[in-house]
Write a protein that binds this ligand. Structure first.
Ligand code: SF4
Length: 108
C-alpha cells in the first residue's frame, strides 16, 4: 500500500484484526510502485488493468481500500489503490457518506 500511514485498526471480512500491519502483506510491496500511478487513468485501459490485476490477488485489499477511503485527501486522489481509480474512490466515498457509512462500510 502506498498512501499515507494510519494507525487505525481495521478488520478484514475474515475477522483478522490487522492494525497498520496489513501493509506487510500487500501484494504491491513486491511490484514497481510506478505501476499504480499511471498517467492514463482510463478505467479499462491497459495501465489501470495492469494495476488492478495485482490488487485482485492482494490478500489485504479490504484493509487497503478502507484505509485509503478514510485517509486520502478527496482533492488529491491519485493512482490505482485498492483496485480502484481516483474517480471510482470518489464515487464510492460519496455513496458511503450518503448511506451514513464510514470508510470501512460500517455504520458511522
Ligand atoms: S489492494 Fe492493491 S494497492 Fe492495496 S495493498 Fe493490495 S496491491 Fe497494494
Amino acid at each position: 500500500m502506498i498512501t499515507a500511514t494510519s494507525t487505525k485498526t481495521t478488520t478484514s471480512s475474515r475477522g483478522r484484526a490487522l492494525g497498520a500491519g496489513w501493509r506487510a502483506a500487500a501484494a504491491c510491496g513486491r511490484v514497481d510502485p510506478e505501476l499504480f500511478y499511471p498517467l492514463d487513468l482510463d478505467p479499462v485501459g491497459p495501465a489501470v488493468l495492469a494495476a488492478r490485476r495485482v490488487c485482485a490477488h492482494c490478500p489485504v485489499l479490504p484493509e487497503c481500500l478502507g484505509d485509503v477511503l478514510a485517509s486520502e485527501d478527496p482533492a488529491r486522489r491519485w493512482g490505482v489503490i485498492g483496485g480502484t481509480t481516483p474517480d471510482e474512490r470518489t464515487a464510492r466515498y460519496a455513496r458511503q457518506r450518503a448511506a451514513g457509512l464510514d470508510a470501512t462500510g460500517a455504520a458511522a
